[in-house]
Design a protein around this ligand. Sequence first.
Ligand code: 13P
Length: 245
Amino acid sequence: MTNKYMYFVANWKMFGDFKSLKLVNKVISFSKKFKSSKFKIIYLPPTTLICPMAQMVKNTKIEVGAQNCHHQDNYGAETGSVNAKMVRGVGAKYVILGHSENRENGESDKLINQKIKTALKNKLKVIFCIGEKIKDKRNKKTKSVLSKQIKLGLKGVKLNNNIIIAYEPVWAIGSGMIPKSNELFNAIDFIKSRFKQNLKILYGGSVNDKNINELKTIHNIDGFLVGGASQNSKKFIDIIKKTYN
Ligand code: 13P
């Protein structure tokens, strides 16, 4: 049972079409009725759904964000890209940057840093993802990897409540595996210790409606970043409900 203000972020990744929007309607109804008022829900749909979803969630407790944006501030000849202004213009309030799936596709710490600065300049809040790979964990490099990602990713960034950190161990994403409770507590504690400010730190990686009972007992976590399970409204709602039970 928690009494804390918690974030529940639904990252739909490259899934979802117009029909999927009805899942959000269920979550809107739930959020209106739910007894606790100490939570925030953020949907990160694919770019194609930002605009309709942002319309749907107007005047609700739910906000919408983008899954990436270009590092360049201005419009330009960049086929296939969208910039922070564009996603902001159609209703995104957040953007998730530094996700391991994009790091894997070649995004460097430096590029992520540029994207974070551009996003903040355009008044988007940033969910900044960090996390170690399995080989880092095995080699006891988790802390040094996290430190480096934080240092380079946030270089020259003025920190305030516009940045939320999401700790996502790469090996836990989509694998059904989650860290042991004490390991997760220690990783979150370590991340918090890197900042003078009191930043919100979320956990992501195979969060579901079953393991939430264990995850919610880790008291230094400020919320959850949910991939697969967020594409099912019942599971996503259960994750929220169980966090408060
Ligand atoms: P899963 O919840 O599917 O493991 O995805 C986690 C994630 O990458 C969220 O950003």
